[in-house]
Design a protein around this ligand. Structure first.
Ligand code: PHE
Length: 348
């Protein structure tokens, strides 16, 4: 039995020469160490070995096993290193190949429009203030002079949240939020998201963006003339409008109230389908801040006076970019969005 073992060992070592291939190594492993390999076979025949010799034979089997396993490990390590060496020396890197072009994203057109509007107002000395989307009745309605059963509340179909909170229906809550905390003189613009229970359509969306602005100072310092000056300046700067007009209107929080129209950009006043043949396009709502609003923020209307305005950013975007459908701004279809890569700074 011992001679037999010695024979197995010799043959295996001979087969595991320095230049043994992967297959040769595997063959030896299976032949000698495998489940029905030579060593396993010897172990199975241990019964035939006289009792006193058994430990010696057993030890010898284990010794051969360890020796061969170690040898196999060394050879495999060598083969691996050689393979790596080979692939490194053969692989070629062509640094002249052109790379893959990565498409850069850009700011959403609505945000670009908003930034541009803000730039114009900041240039006139306004300060930007962010206010909250989730509001209470007081800041969205009550303080803005909408009394409990004011019909204008129904004009703005409101989303109510549990516990009486609501999603602001306009950015006019920003007037209240800022005036509550600060004292005049103030010249503020508040951009933000607004929400109304409207169906998504060509002209409307349940979520939209507004830009609110207001200016307050001592009585006599901020008049309707300033309102007209600031808003005419804005409309000319932003739209390159050729003419504007102020048309009497109504809002609970301003008195007097007006809407600013500009001469239709498409037909220049001649009348077309877009301006419904009136020659004018509505741009924004505005007015002198109602004394009731000033009282709600503890300003004395005998002492202070100011104006406010508000406009829809998507609506303005439609006019400015000549886009026909409001929904395009919210669908985020790249084929649409990618048409407005850089309005701010570029295509003005
Ligand atoms: N809050 C008004 C709206 O949503 C716009 C507005 C703001 C009008 C400020 C006058 C003054 O339609």
């Amino acid at each position: 039995m011992r001679d037999q073992l010695e024979e197995i060992r010799k043959r295996a070592i001979a087969d595991l020469g320095d230049d043994a291939t992967e297959t040769q190594i595997e063959n030896v492993r299976v032949r000698v160490l495998g489940r029905s390999g030579e060593l396993t076979e010897i172990m199975r025949r241990m019964r035939e070995v006289p009792n006193e010799e058994r430990p010696v034979v057993g030890q010898l089997v284990n010794q051969i096993k360890r020796e061969l396993e170690a040898r196999i490990a060394v050879l495999q390590e060598k083969l691996k290193a050689a393979a790596l060496e080979k692939s490194l020396s053969e692989a070629q890197l062509d640094v002249t190949l052109s790379g893959m072009k990565i498409r850069r994203g850009h700011v959403h057109p609505i945000h670009q429009i908003l930034e541009w509007m803000l730039e114009i107002f900041v240039g006139m000395g306004f300060e930007v203030a962010m206010t909250q989307d989730v509001e209470d009745d007081f800041h969205n309605f009550e303080a803005l002079n909408f009394t409990a059963h004011h019909p204008a509340r129904e004009m703005q179909d409101t989303f109510y949240l549990d516990g009486g909170a609501l999603l602001r229906t306009h950015t006019s809550n920003g007037q209240i939020r800022v005036m509550e905390k600060r004292q005049p003189p103030l010249a503020i613009v508040c951009p933000g998201r607004c929400f109304r229970r409207d169906e998504l359509s060509v002209r409307a969306s349940p979520m939209f963006t507004q830009l609110e602005g207001f200016m307050v100072d001592r009585r006599g310092k901020i008049t309707m003339a300033h309102l007209k000056g600031v808003l005419t300046e804005f409309t000319k700067a932003f739209f390159a409008a050729t003419a504007v007009r102020f048309r009497a209107s109504y809002f609970p929080f301003t008195e007097p109230s007006a809407e600013l129209d500009m001469r239709c950009l498409l037909c220049n006043g001649a009348g077309c389908a877009v301006c419904k043949h009136s020659g004018w396009t509505e741009v924004l709502g505005c007015g002198m801040i109602h004394p009731g609003v000033l009282r709600a923020v503890h300003y004395d209307p005998a002492e202070y006076q100011g104006f406010a305005f508000g406009m829809g950013v998507e609506r303005t975007g439609l006019l400015k970019l000549g886009v026909g459908d409001m929904r395009l701004f919210f669908e985020n279809d790249q084929r649409f969005i990618a048409q407005f890569p850089e309005l701010s700074g570029g295509a003005r």
